[in-house]
Ligand binder design. Structure first.
Ligand SMILES: [Zn+2]
Length: 292
């Protein structure tokens, strides 16, 4: 991926992030082993606002993804609670409640976001046959369809744009980041998460579209998808050059926030293999205030 001059800040951010991860590593390993051994952990859920047991079922291989697990009774998993903490922090620093959009509608995450941002619009990608902005009946709900690389939002119309674990499923992540930049007001914020493989210097493209036809560079990998039981295909595994990509899309002040917080049941994904291990990292980027 292309390296832009603005990326220096990103690389500095990465080295300090790496140092924090290294320092926290023994604590994370201990708490994660405890969660596996006990099958649950006690903590505070900022989604439903109560102290509760987060349940962690084990999978066959003796480990399970703790970011997607550690489930609160309200449905939020560890990853979502970590994201919500960063959203809360970003909102606390804004002068007013922003016009907001999130590319997510059908997960337990939407409720807590709607309570914080009463005018927020949520959407899902519901299929190639729809146009962005279409309302589609899905499971008894009218759900807005948006394709993140070509949305129906007007340019400069939103103060806050969010997507959580969506970017890795978009065929052209640069196009999606540029689109998020387009729809934000100058000075607006993009908050997003995606599995971030801190050991990877350069992101891995697993699949892409050539003239609309799916090409696999690597064996197909899928993540859970709220609108398709078959899962969502992973196009990209992001590494450290994600900072450069966000900067190249026009954003400034790209920050990676480490959302690790045992009190709220936010740990790493606990993958025992170094190339699959991911900390709970949430990215916050700003559209420059003077941007045209
Ligand atoms: Zn909860």
């Amino acid at each position: 991926m292309q390296v832009a001059d603005e990326s220096r800040r990103g690389f500095d951010g990465m080295s300090s992030l790496q140092a924090v991860m290294d320092a926290l590593s023994p604590v994370a390993l201990m708490l994660e082993k405890q969660a596996f051994d006990q099958g649950r952990a006690f903590g505070y859920c900022r989604g439903c606002g109560i102290w509760s047991w987060f349940v962690q079922p084990l999978e066959a291989e003796g480990w399970a993804n703790l970011s997607e697990g550690m489930l609160c009774a309200c449905g939020l998993n560890g990853r979502m609670r970590g994201v919500l903490a960063v959203v809360d922090d970003v909102l606390a620093r804004m002068d007013a409640v922003p016009e907001a959009a999130v590319f997510e509608r059908l997960t337990p995450m939407f409720g807590p976001l709607l309570r914080r941002l009463p005018g927020i619009t949520g959407s899902e990608f519901l299929g190639m046959q729809y146009r962005s902005g279409d309302m589609v009946e899905h499971g008894g709900l009218q759900v807005r369809h948006e394709s993140m690389d070509d949305t129906s939002y007007a340019s400069g119309s939103l103060g806050l744009v969010m997507h959580f674990d969506v970017l890795e499923h978009v065929p052209d992540p640069m196009a999606a980041l540029r689109e998020c930049h387009r729809i934000l007001v100058p000075g607006g914020r993009l908050v997003f998460s995606t599995p971030f493989y801190e050991e990877l210097t350069i992101s891995i493209r697993r699949a892409w579209l050539r003239d609309g036809v799916l090409v696999h560079d690597l064996p197909a990998a899928y993540h859970g998808n709220p609108v398709d039981e078959g899962g969502a295909l992973v196009f990209t595994q992001f590494g450290q050059d994600l900072f450069d990509m966000v900067a190249a899309a026009g954003f400034c002040g790209v920050e990676a926030r480490l959302a690790f917080n045992p009190v709220e049941g936010v740990l790493t994904n606990a993958c025992p293999y170094p190339d699959g291990h991911a900390w709970p990292v949430v990215f916050v980027a700003a559209k420059p205030a003077a941007s045209a």
